[in-house]
Design a protein around this ligand. Structure first.
Ligand SMILES: C[S@@+](CC[C@H](N)C(=O)[O-])C[C@H]1O[C@@H](n2cnc3c(N)ncnc32)[C@H](O)[C@@H]1O
Length: 410
C-alpha cells in the first residue's frame, strides 16, 4: 500500500515534518495535493494530523508509563504511536482496527519495532491528568487564562475541528447556492460557515468570490468602519486578507509589511479576487512616511487564539517568547499611532488572548498617548472579557482575538 492509498501513512509523513518545525496546514495541504486522495481519505488524514497535535500533551502523558525512552525511538515510530494513540483514545473508530492499521504503518519503515508498537498501542489507556494536560495547553497559558477568565469550560472548544468560514464578495453567495454548497450565516456580516466541502472544491473560491477567513479576523477589519474612497493603512498586513475586504468596500488601502514573500502571496490572492490594494514593504519598527484617517494594526503575536487551526503552536509556545513579542508590538503601535491622522481611528488587533499582548499593551499605550482615547466596541461575537478593548471568546469555531479601537483626538 502506498501513501496515495493510505491516509495514515500520509498523516504520519506530515506529523514527522511538523515535529521538525514545519507548520501543519501548509504541510498537510501540500501532501494532500501531491497524493490526491479521495475526499474521505483526505478527511481522515486531516483529522489524524490536527487531532494528534491538539491532543499531544495528553497522549504523551498517557504513553509515558509504557515507554522507557520515547525520545530515543525513531521519529516515525514515535509519531505513529502518538497518532495511533489519538485514533484509539479520541475517535469513535474501532480501537482494534485502528491499532492494527498503525502497527502496519509503523512496521513499514521499522519492521523490527512492530512488536513494540503493537504492545504499546494495545495497552494504551487515557491516564488521569491535570487539566492543562487534558486540554493540551502549555501550563503558563492555562494558568494565565484560568486566573484571568475564570471557568476553563471554553478552553476545550480549542480542541474542536476548525470549521471552514468564508468571507463572501459580491456574487459569492449566489455561486455557493448554485453549486449546492450547504452554508449558514456566521456571527459577522459577510461571512458564512460552510459544511461538508473543502475550500478546493468550492467554485466561488476558484472564481474569486470567496476568501477563507475566520469571522474574528474579518471583524478586525470591520471595526475600522472605513467608507468607500477612504484612505486606510493596513499595517503588518501580511497577505492582505483584511485589506481585501476593505478594498472590496471601496476603501483605498495601502498594506504595509516587512515580509515581501507574504505580500507576493497577497498580490496573487488579490488578483484572484479582482481587487486592488497598494503594497509597501517596510520594517514598521521605523516611522512610516504615510498617514491615514483609518489605521489597522494586526500585530504579530503569540497566536494563542488560533490553537484550533494551528495546533502545532501548542508544542512551540514558550513563556519567554512573550516579552520580545510585546516589545515588538509596542514599537509597531508607536508607528501606527504616528500614522493615524487627528480625528482618525486606530484599530489594534492580535489573534492572541494574553493580557500582556492585549489589555496591558493598550493600557500602557493610552497612558503614554493622552491624544488617544478608547472607543467602545459593540461586538457581534461573544466575549471573554472587556476592558479598553475586548477579548473574543474562541467558541463555535471562532478564533480568539483581542481588539481595541483608539480614536485620535482632533
Ligand atoms: C498577524 S500577521 C498579519 C496578518 C494579516 N493582517 C492578515 O490579515 O492576513 C502579523 C504580520 O506582522 C508582520 N511583521 C512582523 N514584524 C514586522 C515589522 N517589524 N514590520 C512590519 N511588519 C512586521 C509579519 O510579517 C506578519 O505578516
Amino acid at each position: 500500500m502506498n501513501v496515495r492509498e493510505d491516509p495514515r501513512a500520509l498523516a504520519l509523513g506530515v506529523l514527522v515534518k511538523v515535529g521538525r518545525g514545519r507548520f501543519a496546514a501548509p504541510t498537510l495541504d501540500l501532501a494532500l495535493s501531491r497524493s490526491g486522495p479521495e475526499p474521505q481519505a483526505a478527511g481522515l488524514a486531516t483529522d489524524l494530523v490536527y487531532g494528534t497535535l491538539r491532543r499531544l500533551r495528553w497522549i504523551d502523558w498517557s504513553l509515558k508509563p509504557l515507554l522507557r525512552r520515547p525520545e530515543r525511538l525513531p521519529e516515525a515510530v514515535r509519531w505513529a504511536l502518538r497518532a495511533g494513540g489519538y485514533e484509539k483514545l479520541f475517535t469513535p473508530r474501532p480501537p482494534y482496527a485502528s491499532v492494527n492499521a498503525w502497527v502496519e504503518v509503523a512496521a513499514r519503515s521499522h519492521p523490527r519495532l512492530r512488536g513494540l508498537v503493537n504492545a504499546v498501542l494495545r495497552r494504551l489507556e487515557p491516564r488521569p491528568a491535570p487539566e492543562a494536560v487534558r486540554l493540551g495547553l502549555p501550563d503558563f497559558l492555562y494558568e494565565e487564562w484560568r486566573a484571568r477568565f475564570g471557568d476553563p469550560g471554553w478552553m476545550e472548544a480549542l480542541n474542536e475541528p476548525a470549521p471552514l468560514w468564508l468571507t463572501l464578495f459580491p456574487g459569492g453567495e449566489a455561486e455557493l447556492a448554485a453549486q449546492g454548497v450547504p452554508f449558514e450565516a456566521g456571527p459577522v456580516p459577510g461571512n458564512v460557515r460552510v459544511h461538508g466541502f473543502s475550500v478546493r472544491r468550492i467554485a466561488a473560491f476558484r472564481k474569486g468570490l470567496a476568501q477563507p477567513q475566520n469571522p474574528a479576523s474579518l471583524l478586525a477589519a470591520q471595526l475600522l468602519e472605513a467608507g468607500s474612497g477612504e484612505r486606510v493603512l493596513d499595517l503588518a498586513g501580511g497577505a492582505a486578507l483584511k485589506a481585501a475586504w476593505l478594498a472590496a468596500r471601496g476603501a483605498q488601502v495601502t498594506s504595509v509589511d516587512a515580509d515581501a514573500r507574504r505580500q507576493r502571496a497577497g498580490r496573487r490572492n488579490l488578483a484572484r479576487l479582482g481587487l486592488e490594494v497598494a503594497f509597501l514593504t517596510r520594517d514598521l519598527t521605523r516611522p512610516l512616511d504615510l498617514t491615514a484617517p483609518k489605521v489597522l494594526l494586526d500585530a504579530p503575536c503569540l497566536g494563542t487564539g488560533t490553537l484550533r487551526g494551528h495546533p502545532e503552536l501548542r508544542m512551540r509556545l514558550e513563556p519567554e517568547a512573550l516579552e520580545p513579542t510585546v516589545r515588538l508590538q509596542a514599537r509597531l503601535l508607536e508607528t501606527a499611532a504616528r500614522a493615524t491622522e487627528p480625528g482618525g481611528l486606530l484599530v489594534y488587533a492580535v489573534c492572541s488572548l494574553t493580557e500582556a499582548e492585549g489589555e496591558e499593551q493598550v493600557a500602557r499605550f493610552l497612558q503614554a498617548h493622552p491624544e488617544f482615547e478608547p472607543v467602545e466596541i459593540e461586538s457581534p461575537v461573544p466575549l471573554l472579557a472587556r476592558g479598553h478593548g475586548v477579548y473574543v471568546r474562541p467558541e463555535n469555531g471562532l478564533d480568539g482575538f483581542y481588539y481595541a479601537r483608539l480614536r485620535r483626538r482632533s
